[in-house]
Structure formats: C-alpha cells, structure tokens
Design a protein around this ligand. Structure first.
Ligand code: PXP
Length: 239
C-alpha cells in the first residue's frame, strides 16, 4: 500500500497572508500525523512566501514520521538542508513568479547543478528525490546521477480536462512509475492530486508515496468550518 506525505505549505500561506503567528504549519503537521500521515512535506521557497526557516527547524524537532524538504538546488538551500537534516530532500525547479511548482526539474539541461546538489546532500547522509515530469530520459538521467528516488509530476494528469488528454497523461505517469521501479529508483508522485484524481491509482504497486497538499488543506478548511463557527458562537454567547 502506498503512503501519504502531507504538504502543509498552505497552512503557512494563510498565516503569511496576515503576517501573524497562526495558523501554524507545525501544529497542522502534528494533526496530520495523528491522522496517520506517513510524512510531512514543506517547500522552503527562495522568496519565503509561505514556509519560513523557523518552520523547517521546528518541524525537524516535532515531526515523528518523516520530514521531507522540497527545495531548489541552490547553495543557500543545500546549506539549510545540511543543517536541518531532513529525512528526504526533494529537488524542485523554482521560478519566482509561478503560483506553484509548474513543471518537473529538467535534469538533462541542468545535469551538473543537480548532480552537484545530490553529491553534497549525500555527503550529509541525506537522501535525495528529484521531482521530474513522467519522461523516460529524465528517469534514466536520475538513475545515472545517483538520485535515490524520483517524484513523478502528476500535474498534467490532474489538470487535464479533455478525457483523451487525461488518459494519455495518466498513462505517461504509470509508464514512468514502472520504468523508475525497474531501474531500482524509489517512486513518489504528486502535484494537483485530489479526492477524485487519486482514485485512478488503484492497484498500482510501483508508487511508494503520494505527496499531497492543496486538496487536503482545502478540504480541512471546509470540513473544519462548522466546528470553527460553533467555537466562535459559543464565545460570543458567553459575552
Ligand atoms: N510535490 C511537489 C514536488 C510539489 O512542489 C508540490 C506543491 O508544493 C506537491 C507535491 C503538492 O502539490 P499539491 O499542493 O497540488 O497537492
């Protein structure tokens, strides 16, 4: 059975929207673990738009399952990862202007940078996963440069609205998972997965773990709404 790593970035997005100290992604991580999450994921972005350095350091102390740090392959991030020592680093591409990570890391174009980052992180005994598009050449290159795992970008599959395009994108994800598995790479998958798109993975043995954030945090905002309003009403009635 595949595992679930819960990304709590968007709890930090809510906090940063007001520049205050709640809601806290560290508290959300505790609740996710209590619900059975197999890992906690955070993306420390160069612009610090959601997760802050403080979150990563605190999570290292509080996460009981597995801490997965998503980051760009930059010297600044490698230094932080070497200090924090997450259980896994997932290297992702990063553009300042994007809303979220828009595509996989092109490790064929950026082989030297990614290889150097993997080497530096391995020296610190940190395992490395590469977030890549479902593409055979990218998978082979990941193996060549010593990645421990890949994370297959599922965004094209999740975002497709045309049924034929969706089928083709899903087939590409499956093919990529099987190829990586054959090459002895660990296989994670994520981006855009929701309560519908996840259903199609039934029976697939090659995926170790799904990395899911936005849909879970969005649902939490909805299913937790009644309790939040009731709590406030109780306080108001007591005024
Ligand atoms: N995996 C990676 C590498 C990501 O960058 C993200 C988004 O931060 C996710 C998974 C989770 O995507 P989503 O929030 O759409 O579930």
């Amino acid at each position: 059975m595949a595992g679930l790593a819960v990304n709590v970035d968007h709890i930090a997005t809510l906090r940063q929207a007001r520049g205050i100290n709640y809601p806290d992604p560290v508290a959300a991580a505790v609740l996710a673990e209590l619900a059975g999450a197999d890992g906690i994921v955070v993306h420390l972005r160069e612009d610090r738009r959601h997760i802050q350095d403080r979150d990563v350091y605190l999570l290292r102390k509080t996460v009981l399952s597995k801490l997965i740090l998503e980051m760009a392959a930059t010297d600044e991030m490698i230094k932080i990862a070497s200090d924090v020592k997450p259980d896994l680093v997932t290297l992702v591409p990063e553009k300042r202007e994007e809303l979220t990570t828009e595509g996989g890391l092109d490790i064929i174009t950026h082989t030297a940078t990614v290889e150097k980052a993997i080497f530096a992180l391995h020296e610190q005994q940190i395992k490395v996963s590469l977030f890549i598009d479902p593409d055979t050449d990218q998978i082979k290159k990941s193996r060549e440069i010593n990645a421990d795992m890949i994370e297959i970008h599922t965004g094209t599959y999740c975002d497709a609205t045309d049924p034929a395009e969706k089928d083709a994108a899903f087939a590409a994800v499956i093919e990529a998972a099987k190829k990586a598995f054959q090459l002895n790479l660990g296989v994670n998958a994520g981006h855009g997965l929701c309560y519908n798109s996840i259903k199609r993975f039934k029976g697939l043995k090659e995926i170790d773990e799904f990395s899911i954030g936005h849909s879970i945090i969005s649902r939490a905002a909805m299913v937790g709404m009644q309790q939040a309003v009731t709590d406030m009403l109780t306080l108001i009635k007591e005024l």
